[in-house]
Structures are given as structure tokens and as C-alpha cells.
Write a protein that binds this ligand. Structure first.
Ligand code: ZN
Length: 121
């Protein structure tokens, strides 16, 4: 169980946020085992957006602000995809978004988030 990181989560008056003993009830930050927004850190898009409005500038300055245009080139245009062959088997492929070249991928390579043919950002 983890808490929603939305700075205003407790300010949204929904029934499920009312917690506490009788006579001591308050609206509280949501706590869930799984959340679907902002990498699993926020209970709703609203809470995600509240966080971004308050902290995005500082977070971007901390992790590195984009100050020049990035370029999609042959070296970083590879993306993974899958299709089906005539036997209806799943076929995993790497496609270059610039050259349209295709290369075969194993299922393991497809699932491995660190496996890439890209050599730049
Ligand atoms: Zn929330």
C-alpha cells in the first residue's frame, strides 16, 4: 500500500477519502496497492497534474532540462513491434522508423526493456 503523491489529494471531498474513527473523521490522502497515473504514484490524473503544476519545474531542473531539439535519426529510430505470420504465430520485429529496415527479434529481446539497437537519444 502506498499513498497518492498528489499534494491536494486530501482536498478532494470524495466518500472514499473519509477516514478515521467516529467523531474524528477527516478527508485523507488516498492509499492504494496500485495506482495507474504518473508511474503508479498518483490515484488520478487530477492528482498527477496537481503534482506537475507544483513540482515539474524543479523536477526537470533536477533531472535535466531539454534546452535543444532532439533529433530522430537512423541511429535512434529503432522501435519494437510484433505481427503475425501465416501460421498465426506472433513474430517480433525491430523496425527503423527512418530507414524502414526490419530485423527479427526474439520474444526475450522484445520483452527486455534494456535491449535496444538505438545508439543515441
Ligand atoms: Zn490522489
Amino acid at each position: 500500500m502506498k499513498f497518492c503523491q498528489g499534494p491536494k489529494c486530501h482536498q478532494y471531498k470524495t466518500k472514499d477519502r473519509i477516514k478515521g474513527t467516529k467523531g474524528n473523521k477527516t478527508y485523507q490522502t488516498r492509499r492504494k496497492s496500485s495506482m495507474y497515473y504518473g508511474g503508479g504514484n498518483f490515484c488520478s490524473f487530477q492528482c498527477y497534474n496537481d503534482w506537475a503544476n507544483e513540482f515539474a519545474d524543479r523536477a526537470i531542473d533536477h533531472f535535466g532540462r531539454t534546452t535543444t531539439a532532439k533529433h530522430l535519426t537512423e541511429q535512434n529510430a529503432w522501435y519494437k513491434d510484433y505481427t503475425w505470420n501465416s501460421n498465426n504465430d506472433t513474430v517480433y520485429i525491430y523496425i527503423n522508423g527512418i530507414t524502414k529496415e526490419q530485423r527479427p527479434l526474439t520474444k526475450e529481446q522484445y520483452s527486455d526493456k534494456s535491449y535496444t539497437l538505438n545508439t543515441g537519444e
